[in-house]
Design a protein around this ligand. Structure first.
Ligand code: FDA
Length: 538
């Protein structure tokens, strides 16, 4: 005979489910009602609200999802998406989410590797800053104001429109959103000359948990420090950033040199590790490892693609590389002179010459992927690389890469505590790994994720230790998450110290000051400390 408990279980589950569904529907309806009450008739918020009943809900949700790992039918969806047109819409969204127990996910460009700007396990709304994307460039004072919803491509385009000798040091992939990118650091091909995007932020407008609009002066230096690398969706909603532009020559030079295993790739990559970070600051180099077809029919090999940006003409670059890195065998035919903004397209793998593509948020193919990052303080021995190559021949690695980007230069000159981003002096390069798969293979995603975890585990011997550092903007939930709904200092330290090292404690201090109730949170947001933890001396 069945135990009465078992026979009751389905019934209880149905009751529980319908209760929680009713509560959910209520909080969602109450949220909408609250929004309508808080918005003046003249600025009706209704035109920027999307619920699952709106025909454009899905297209708005999907529009900036970069990693389609998080756009499956099983992915939790927001109750409501708000695409504010004015500040009062954002203030109303904060107020009404708090009142109705809904979490806010802030989205600017939607490039979060783990989808944290548009996915949550608890009932949530997306605040999508799509319409906050104005860019104002002031070439006379070499500054710009850029709203968070703009892409870095839009910023680059507006700078290039006005000047051939001004630039901004941020990422390569031009569809990345300013909001997440600047608040997590942001590096690109000018990193050795100028450092990070966050290093060049000189003011910001933020809406805090109480709905107040604050700038650098009114937020104070602690909070202003925290938002430049300490991560978005922890401290408030950053609306806009004032940045310092940097000088570049009108003509820069780029090159790509491909070497495969039959062309001594292992030795040349090994050698690059001693050279990339020590070259003059005017040269940035990176190496991308992929599996390609070999020149021998039907065979595969590993290719190392060496790419460089030089802030100057080809005639200066060639002798420099031939002197410092003769193993590469660089020749003039490998090099192309162009403007800095064209070099962004070159590094981004965009073949068109038209700069208009920088304004296209959907210009690059969306992918399904899992990625991870590391920092290298010692060169990997040749034998270490020989252990990496077979992993790229495994069947799960059909779409995979490892990227090594030289640091040194300006990054060595900025103290670790200057901003929350701590990976400065002593890093030869940053490494990142990516594995991708197709939509049809989504059901088997675990095997691809396991592949990248195996590679990551193999790399442990060679990379930074205690902590094993990771780049916050290359979000990786494998390195730790907050408990769902509850964020403890101890738990957050596990991943927090990997991203921020000792800066983690200062971030906790700022969070405790500005959002003690922990309203702005996600799986990897900085926790405030509770009074009892304070007593324990955290
Ligand atoms: P998204 O909107 O997904 O936000 C990311 C995080 O920031 C989320 O937690 C979100 O809630 C929060 N957030 C967003 N806007 C906010 C705001 N206004 N206020 C507060 N919090 C906010 N990085 C790099 O340094 N160099 C590079 O070259 C590249 N290249 C690159 C290419 C591709 C294809 C991808 C997918 C990613 C990169 N990145 C990168 C990583 C990128 O910097 C990182 O994913 C950024 O957080 C993306 O910012 P978005 O605004 O696009 O993301």
């Amino acid at each position: 005979m069945k135990s009465p408990h078992f026979s009751l279980l389905p019934f209880l589950l149905v009751v529980l489910f319908s209760l929680s569904a009713t509560t959910l529907a209520h909080s969602h309806e109450d949220f909408l009602h609250c929004l309508s009450l808080r918005s003046a008739k003249s600025d009706s918020i209704s035109r920027v609200i999307y619920t699952q009943n709106n025909s454009s809900y899905s297209s708005i949700l999907e529009a900036s999802i970069q990693n389609h790992r998080f756009s499956t039918p099983a992915t939790p969806k927001p109750s409501v998406i708000v695409t504010p047109l004015q500040i009062s819409h954002i203030q109303a969204t904060i107020y009404c989410s708090k009142k109705n127990g809904l979490q806010i996910r802030i989205r600017s460009g939607g490039h979060d590797f783990e989808g944290l700007s548009y996915v949550s396990e608890v009932p949530f709304v997306i605040l999508d800053l799509l319409n906050f994307r104005a860019v104002e460039v002031d070439t006379k004072n070499k500054v710009a104001w850029v709203e968070s919803g703009a892409t870095i491509g839009e910023l680059y385009y507006r700078i290039a429109e006005k000047s051939k000798t001004l630039a901004f040091p941020a990422g390569v992939c031009h569809t990345v959103g300013v909001g997440g990118h600047f608040s997590g650091g942001g590096y690109g091909i000018l990193v050795r000359k100028y450092g990070l995007a966050a290093d060049h932020v000189i003011d910001a407008h933020l809406i805090d948990v109480k709905g107040r609009i604050i700038d650098r002066k009114s937020m104070g230096e602690d909070l202003f420090w925290a938002i430049r690398g300490g991560g978005g969706n922890t401290f408030g909603i950053v609306l806009a950033w004032k940045v310092k532009l940097v000088s570049i020559p009108a003509v820069v030079t780029v090159f790509t040199v491909n070497r495969d295993l039959e062309q001594n790739a292992t030795k040349i990559v090994h050698r690059w590790q001693y050279i990339g970070h020590k070259l003059p600051d005017d040269i940035f180099t990176d190496v991308t490892i992929t599996k390609v077809n070999s020149s021998q029919e039907g065979k595969k090999t590993i290719q190392a693609a060496f790419k460089a940006l030089f802030l100057g003409g080809v005639d200066k670059l060639i002798p420099l590389i031939q002197d410092r890195f003769p193993e590469l065998g660089l020749v003039k035919e490998n090099c192309i002179e162009m403007s800095w903004v064209e070099s962004i397209l070159y590094f981004g793998g965009v073949s068109t010459k038209s700069l208009d593509i920088l304004l296209d948020r959907n210009a690059l193919p969306k992918q399904i992927f899992k990625a991870k990052s590391d920092y290298l303080k010692e060169p990997i021995p040749e034998s270490g690389f020989e252990g990496i190559w077979p992993k790229f021949f495994e069947k799960e690695a059909e779409v995979s890469l490892m990227m090594m980007e030289a640091f040194g230069g300006k990054m060595d000159a900025i103290p670790e505590t200057e901003l929350p981003y701590p990976h400065r002096a002593g890093n030869l390069y940053q490494a990142s790994y990516l594995v991708g798969w197709s939509k049809e293979e989504n059901a088997e995603s675990q095997k691809y994720v396991s592949w990248i975890r195996r590679l990551y585990s193999y790399m442990a011997t060679y990379v930074s230790k205690s902590p094993r550092e990771a780049y916050y903007n290359y979000r990786d939930l494998d390195i730790g998450t907050n408990n769902n709904g509850y964020t403890s200092y101890a738990q957050a330290s596990i991943w927090g110290r990997k991203y921020f090292k000792n800066n983690f404690n200062r971030l906790v201090h700022v969070k405790t000051m500005v959002d003690p109730e922990n309203f702005f949170k996600n799986e990897q947001s900085i926790p405030p400390i509770s009074p009892s933890q304070k007593k324990k001396g955290h």
